[in-house]
Design a protein around this ligand. Structure first.
Ligand SMILES: Cc1cc2nc3c(=O)[nH]c(=O)nc-3n(C[C@H](O)[C@H](O)[C@H](O)COP(=O)(O)OP(=O)(O)OC[C@H]3O[C@@H](n4cnc5c(N)ncnc54)[C@H](O)[C@@H]3O)c2cc1C
Length: 382
């Protein structure tokens, strides 16, 4: 087993395509180990604060971002989610107390993706690294995956051809790097559309719990975003009429509509080109795993690069990706099922199953993100 690559290896040129949470986490983890990655993004800056997609920051992500110092800032800014409940009418199907997950960090906290990105950017800037915004990567056909050639198109109309030693595609679900790998993005899309609205209230609201109300057919989920903002997510187009507002509404801060896909690429690397985050896998927001799984990819990849073992990346990450996709698929189906027999079985079995230790513990562990391989470079108990 290699033990680090020495100072010479750290001069390898690394280009990261995409400065979303995953690209930023990769850059930060590389920078704190002495690398000088270049990170580019075709957007004008981080995700706007009011357009937050990812909300849940799990305990595993807090473990991973501890060495860079970002975790302390996330804890200071985020709302801990202490309870989850799922009910169908009057019947409580699932009730979880996330404080039962032992460990250094609470299982899950809510922080808007824009805030998480800003904390990562701040930490990255202490290493003298700032993303090059409005710089789009065009990958076309990469001929040599050992020394990939890509073109950077900049806002001023100029372009630059670069051949990094390592190329990391963290350029999201429509990744041009993944397309250049030619590996496709197999999987499926759910039929139902999902609708989202974030409400800001004229005063503080209870942010300590998440809730799913099942209407058979259809569901409405309630999740905290900030001290005065609650997100509602539904499969029902007219769902706003079902919301019981906890306080007077001040404004709607964001609305969105999306389809849910379950897809992943295999392998997640070719030669010296690596895919991380949504570029490599997408799934439903159930379980709040998307960004967390992507940050985990980024942290593993940075560690493996520093160890000179990056060729192990895909083999190490694929099992975690498959597991999380399977789990989020199951959770999503559980709350969107339409068959009356299946609904009756779920309503009967879910409360029974979760009354017992192992199933309950497994669900809590997955909420905390502790169900994937433990990062070996973290030398303290999580
Ligand atoms: C409605 C919704 C709710 C969600 N809720 C959660 C949640 O609660 N918890 C969770 O963990 N996840 C959640 N997710 C998923 C989460 O948002 C994504 O998993 C996460 O944003 C992935 O991060 P990323 O950095 O891989 O990709 P992105 O955030 O998509 O970032 C990719 C970046 O690459 C840039 N880019 C794209 N193409 C190029 C190019 N050619 N050149 C240069 N730059 C490029 C983009 O500008 C972007 O900044 C949710 C998603 C949705 C849609």
């Amino acid at each position: 087993m290699a033990v680090g690559i020495g100072e010479e290896g750290k001069s390898r040129s690394i280009l990261i395509a995409g400065a979303g949470p995953v690209g930023l986490a990769a850059a930060l983890e590389l920078a704190r180990r002495g690398f000088s990655p270049r990170i580019v993004d075709d957007g004008a800056g981080p995700t706007p604060l009011e357009e937050s997609r990812a909300l849940g920051v799990n305990a595993r992500t807090l473990t991973l971002l501890s060495p860079s110092g970002v975790t302390d800032h996330i804890i200071a800014a985020a709302q801990p989610i202490e309870h989850f409940r799922v009910h169908s009418g009057e019947k409580m199907l699932i009730q979880l107390d996330t404080r039962q997950v032992p460990g250094r960090f609470s299982a899950i906290r809510a922080l808007s993706q824009g805030n998480t990105e800003r904390l990562l950017l701040e930490a990255l800037s202490t290493h003298g690294i700032v993303p090059e915004w409005q710089t789009a990567v065009a990958a076309g056909d990469i001929a040599d995956f050992r020394k990939p050639e890509v073109v950077l198109h900049k806002a001023d109309g100029s372009s630059e051809t670069v051949r990094p030693d390592i190329l990391i595609g963290a350029d999201g679900a429509h990744s041009v790097i993944r397309k250049a790998l030619g590996a496709g993005f197999p999987g499926e899309a759910l039929e139902a559309s999902f609708y989202l609205v974030d409400f800001r209230y004229a005063g503080p609201v209870d942010t300590h719990y998440g809730e799913v109300s099942i209407f058979d057919p259809g569901m409405v989920a309630r999740l905290p975003v900030a001290a005065d903002i609650i997100r509602y997510l539904s499969t029902l187009e007219d769902f706003e009429s079902r919301i019981v507002h906890p306080a007077p509404v001040a404004e709607k801060t964001w609305t969105s509509q999306f389809r849910i896909n379950f897809r992943h690429v295999e392998p997640m690397a070719k030669g010296n080109v690596f895919l991380a985050g949504d570029a490599a896998h997408i799934h439903s927001p159930a379980g709040a795993r998307g960004m967390n799984l992507g940050i985990e990819d980024a942290c593993w990849l940075a560690w493996l690069i520093a160890e000179g073992r990056e060729q192990e990346y895909s083999g190490l990450r694929i099992p975690a990706v498959k597991q999380v996709l399977k789990q989020t698929y199951g959770l999503t189906r559980l709350v969107t099922m339409r068959n009356p027999l299946a609904i009756a079985a779920r309503n009967l079995l879910a409360p029974l199953l979760l009354r017992f230790g192992p199933a309950r513990r497994a669900l809590l562990q997955s909420i905390a993100g502790y169900d994937t391989k433990r990062p070996p470079w973290i030398d303290w108990a999580e």
